[in-house]
Design a protein around this ligand. Sequence first.
Ligand SMILES: C[S@@+](CC[C@H](N)C(=O)[O-])C[C@H]1O[C@@H](n2cnc3c(N)ncnc32)[C@H](O)[C@@H]1O
Length: 289
Amino acid sequence: MSNSAETQTAFMPKRCFPRTSRLLGSMIGESTISVARHYLTELIPPIAPGAVIHDNGCGTGAVTRAVLELYPELLASPTKTTIHATDINPSFIDDFREYVVSQGWKDTVQPATMPAEDLSLQDSTLTHSFTNFVIFGTRDPARAAAQAYRTLATGGVAVMTTWAILPHTKALDRTREKLYGEHGMAHIRPEWSSPAHLEDLLKAAGFGRVESRQADSVLEYGNLEGWIEIAWSWMGMPRGGWTEREEREWDRDMEVFKQECLREGFEVMEDGRLRVKMVANVVVAWKDK
Ligand SMILES: C[S@@+](CC[C@H](N)C(=O)[O-])C[C@H]1O[C@@H](n2cnc3c(N)ncnc32)[C@H](O)[C@@H]1O
């Protein structure tokens, strides 16, 4: 799943959906929040009131939502908990701020536009730093890891996730090769599929204890064609921008992408729903006391 920090050119095929947070939410479904639920319950200690949490690259706020769903007492306790929900995309932050207000979370959750490589959060202040499916899309992952280390208090825990298996990225790479002749330009660089790559990055940033696990995840959507059009809108733009060719060939291009996704294990269930299995790398890192 690509990140939305890339700019879009002025020309957009008529059928192409704009890259809104709503579109991101439809594309990723529950696939990212389910991994967050898993590590919050299985891999790190329970979160107590008073925590200072960072949801780094929050998008539609998957980590924040998972934390508050699992620990609703954080909202009610007289001991104040703070969740900094930050993202490089200001329109995602505007949308998430609206959501936070609608949920009555505004005393706890503080949305702010902020690149992971340059966090305007104080040194050694966070108890938890979560970077959920973001690091591989940042412009400077080493710098983002160093910022996570800098902002975490000693004894604090950072969790970063990547995809070990994300079937549509291979499908996308092959589609782009076929349609645009783009070779050797993986949507997500292949080294990110290995947990060791992220472990090394976190160790180099200063983290002492670094442990990784894998977690299964599933993406479901109402129908295959609907998801393909969303994902193609998000990830189909050729390098250099959309042109009239893509508008003309929209259906044909999407068909190529759909066939490649089916080759990679996309399934259509009896009720017509799309289902695809994914596997996440979850790396948990502690800032030593
Ligand atoms: C795949 S989405 C994941 C969103 C969310 N964390 C989740 O688990 O659903 C990646 C997010 O990272 C954000 N992002 C990309 N590059 C970033 C950067 N350098 N700093 C902060 N956020 C970034 C994108 O805008 C997008 O919201």
